[in-house]
Design a protein around this ligand. Structure first.
Ligand code: BG6
Length: 490
């Protein structure tokens, strides 16, 4: 069991805090993983009555927890862990002294997590004020959200500023995809099964697809999204992190340093996309009104309320990793909003058999395929060729070994990435967080794409409720491949 800890959530009244962070802590409490003596300190800019804020947290929990998770008894107990405070994160004023006296009321060796649920532009100033008030102890960590910056230079600037006050091992850069149980299962699948690991390279694999499709649109995040777009919001972090876990060599131990070192090597080996290479290997799209599950939904421009925008809500990329293991294997990355289905999937397509001993009339021999679904359900499917048993002739057909992972748990399970990562930060376990070098390297690959897009072309349009623009299908058909679409297949 974890030792008691204090977690200060700067920006505690914001969307992320109410939707994800506080529900995550409530779940930790329900599971018995919030040690007695811990304190959750959400900070806000202004607060007339603390009780109003507590009420807001309570109604957030009711809205954002899954059905059946909220109950009045647990809320009563959980609310006693919450100590809301007013703090201005960019100005020194007396409220910082209130925070200081609250934290210092407990032993200095207690673990402190400062969660900056704030715009990246103020990470530096908030860290500086933490330092000026002597709040950063040896057992303190700071958690910062992605995307860090808008390009490599701004990320460096932000990272350098935080580094003036916190040592690298105290800085926990969060990517919530790494906290998903199924994403960690990727490593378990690869590194605890000889079956896959021995067939995990260019000799056996033809191509790999990593796809995260969402049905939501802009939601209430126009200010952020219009400046960021899908490349910065999803590819620079979530998709590249998944790519790293799929493609990296086995770390020699499961420590933060060895995992991060292997991920970094993948990012360094990514073939740069520059100038014409960007046009040839990337597709960006923007949704227009369309039919999503029988409902007409507005396009991006209508949601934004602007007549014009070149922000991409969809990205598809053909990437290559230039190393021995992956030479010649295309990695297709895809993500988009307002797509046909919500799904995150990794599809590994194996090569054809090296010599076909069957005649043409047995049916097509399709390549083996491994589909790892990360959400909404967690499953692993392996498609193999098999003889039809109801036929005296030799007839082959594809059959699928279908493993529904959630069925293994009688009471189901609520995987909550934020809970996992917040508790890891409290325990000082950084293995699922991102090192500064990874951020730097990921931007080094993304920056030339962004720069080229600024001066060349505009996003291709796609209907809301579709699988993205036609150009995305064409990107794969150039190599004789097709997207594997959730629920539909190839
Ligand atoms: C966030 C992005 O990091 O991830 C959002 O900023 C996106 O735009 C979200 O909707 C997707 O996360 P999940 O866990 O719902 O797949």
């Amino acid at each position: 069991m974890l030792n008691p800890f204090d977690i200060v959530i700067f920006g505690g009244g914001g969307d992320l805090s109410l939707r994800k962070l506080l529900p995550a802590m409530y779940r930790a409490y329900q599971e018995g993983n919030l040690p007695e003596g811990s304190r959750i300190i959400p900070t806000v800019r202004a607060l007339d009555k603390p009780q109003d804020f507590i009420d807001k947290i309570q109604s957030g929990l009711k809205d954002f927890l899954a059905k059946g998770e909220y109950n009045a008894k647990d809320w009563k107990a959980f609310s006693s862990f919450i100590h809301p405070l007013v703090v201005n994160v960019t100005e020194m004023d007396d409220n910082w002294l209130v925070l200081k006296s609250l934290l210092e009321a407990d032993d200095e060796s207690k673990s402190r997590v400062f969660y900056l649920s704030l715009p990246p532009a103020v990470y530096g100033r908030c860290s500086e004020l933490l330092s000026d008030n002597n709040l950063i102890t040896d057992n303190s960590r700071v958690v910062v959200e992605k995307p860090i910056g808008y390009c490599g230079d701004s990320a460096e600037e932000i990272n350098a500023k935080i580094a003036q006050y916190f040592a690298e091992q105290q800085i926990y850069r969060i990517d919530h995809y790494l906290g998903k149980e199924t994403v960690q299962n990727l490593m378990a699948l690869r590194f605890s099964n000889v079956l896959f690991e021995n067939m995990w390279d260019a000799k056996c694999i033809d191509n790999i697809q990593i796809s995260i499709s969402e049905t939501v649109g802009l939601e209430s995040r126009a200010g952020f999204y219009e400046k960021a777009g899908a490349l910065r919001d999803m590819v620079q972090n979530h998709l590249l992190q998944l790519l790293c876990l799929v493609a990296m060599e086995s770390p020699h131990k499961l420590t933060a340093n060895s995992i991060r070192a292997e991920k970094l090597k993948v990012l360094e080996a990514l073939r740069p996309l520059v100038d014409a290479g960007v046009d040839e290997n990337t597709v960006r799209g923007q949704y227009v009104p369309g039919d999503l599950n029988g409902k007409l939904v507005p396009g991006y421009l209508e949601e934004l309320g602007a007549p014009n925008s070149h922000t991409e809500t969809f990205v598809a990329i053909r990437a290559h990793i230039d190393n021995w293991r992956w030479a010649g294997v295309p990695f297709y990355l895809r993500t988009g909003k307002r797509m046909h289905k919500r799904c995150a999937e990794i599809v590994v397509e194996y090569k054809d058999v090296s010599h076909n001993v069957y005649s043409n009339n047995v049916g097509n021999i399709e390549p083996n395929r491994l589909v790892i679904r990360l959400q909404p359900e967690e499953s692993i499917q392996l498609t193999l060729m098999s003889k039809r048993l109801d036929n005296l002739e030799m007839q082959l057909e594809p059959v699928t070994l279908d493993l529904d992972l959630s069925k293994n748990y009688e009471n189901g399970f609520h995987s909550d990435a934020y809970k996992r990562l917040m508790l890891d930060a409290a325990a000082g376990n950084a293995s699922l967080f991102i090192h500064r070098d990874e951020v730097r390297q990921a931007w080094a690959w993304i920056d030339p794409i962004i720069n080229h897009w600024q001066y060349s072309g505009t996003p291709s349009l796609y209907r809301a409720g579709s699988w993205g623009p036609d150009a995305s299908d064409e990107l794969l058909s150039e190599n004789g491949h097709r997207w594997f679409n959730a629920g539909e297949g190839f």
